[in-house]
Design a protein around this ligand. Structure first.
Ligand SMILES: [Zn+2]
Ligand SMILES: [Zn+2]
Length: 344
């Protein structure tokens, strides 16, 4: 499959291919060396171990390699600890019980300190790195339901920042791709409480209609489709979320009872209208299972949901601590759409 961001042929793969080599992907061979470094301290000497002949290297030495480049380019000082390099996002990401041995192109670096020259060198010289993203002190994407909210994004400095996270489901692991500079990094919490609450609401036999009203890259809505819901609607006002929700149908189509997956939006065109209020259809499936994706404001979604649908709806809204906003959005949804709405 072609990567929608960089056009490369090795960024995105259908779920069965991603899952195939997962059990051994981050495990060492008998020859791999493991040097544990103190992340809270500066690197004592600018040294790193080269990748093993099997192509993997322990994550601490990948960090040491990046640290050396950022020191040479002036992005870090001799007093900065190793951890100042940034946050490593493993591809594909899932709950690991030990630190990984990284194969080629398996890490996206998020860093507030890196600049373009070092980022280019890191992608060119550190084989484990897929892409380098410059972060800042905000959450990327659209982070409020306020009609005037202005989205902000991080900057992809070098390489490609498309990566996947893997979510366990009773029916098989769901693979969810996203572009990391445009979408909020949501570190999965132990036991995946949001997925558990979706599974409980979907039930068995599954409810007939499920809505994921703030879908992000599509995790909860696609989980409900995996669990057998015959009609699923995913929606997000932010273009990157709507696009990746649509793209992830295609990635996980082996789980769905669908023939054709039609995707109407492409990333470049959608970026010109990053926030949409009136729902626009981005994708739909043809087959026994209907999965639709819209880009729009959840408060207008009643226009595309049949009046007699009475859906179960997950409203995964941004600021769940804002009780006033939470109850206003729930009340508004009940009045317009009805059914059973919940905050996952
Ligand atoms: Zn790519
Ligand atoms: Zn090895």
């Amino acid at each position: 499959m072609e990567c929608p961001v960089c056009g490369g042929s090795d960024c995105v793969h259908p779920a069965p291919e991603v899952l195939n080599d997962l059990p051994t992907r981050f495990l060492p061979c008998f020859g791999c060396r493991m040097r544990v470094l103190d992340k809270r301290a500066p690197l004592p000497a600018p040294e790193y171990i080269e990748p093993c002949s099997c192509g993997k290297r322990f994550i601490d030495d990948v960090f040491a390699h990046m640290y050396g480049i950022m020191r040479e380019e002036g992005d870090l000082t001799s007093r900065d600890p190793l951890i100042a390099v940034g946050s490593p996002l493993i591809h594909p990401g899932f709950a690991m019980d030990r630190p990984p041995f990284l194969p080629a192109k398996s890490l996206v670096l998020l860093s507030g300190k890196v600049h373009e020259k070092a980022a280019r060198r890191i992608v060119a010289e550190v084989p484990e790195v897929r892409g380098v993203v410059k972060t800042a002190d905000f959450i990327p994407g659209l982070v409020s339901h306020d009609a005037h909210a202005v989205p902000r994004v991080y900057t992809l400095l070098a390489g490609c920042d498309v990566r996947a996270d893997i979510y366990p489901l009773a029916t098989g692991p769901l693979v969810v791709y996203k572009q990391q500079s445009l979408i909020h990094v949501e570190f999965p919490r132990a036991g995946h409480p949001k997925l558990r609450s979706v599974a409980a609401r979907v039930g068995n036999p599954p409810v007939p209609f499920f809505v994921d009203a703030c879908s992000g890259p599509g995790t909860l809505g696609l989980a409900s489709a995996c669990l057998g819901v015959p009609h699923v609607v995913l929606n997000d006002a932010w273009y990157a979320s709507a696009f990746w929700s649509a793209f992830n149908i295609e990635i996980n189509r082996a789980y769905f009872d669908v023939g054709e997956v039609r995707i109407f939006g492409n990333l470049g065109d959608m970026a010109r209208l990053p926030v949409v209020r009136e729902p626009v259809k981005i994708a739909e499936t043809v087959g026994r299972q209907v999965i639709e994706v819209y880009q729009g404001d959840l408060r207008n979604l009643d226009r595309v949901i049949p009046k007699d649908a009475h859906p179960v709806a997950a409203l995964d809204i941004f600021d769940k601590n804002n009780q006033k906003e939470v109850s206003a959005l729930l009340r508004d949804w009940q009045g317009r759409v009805g059914g059973d709405a919940f905050i996952p």
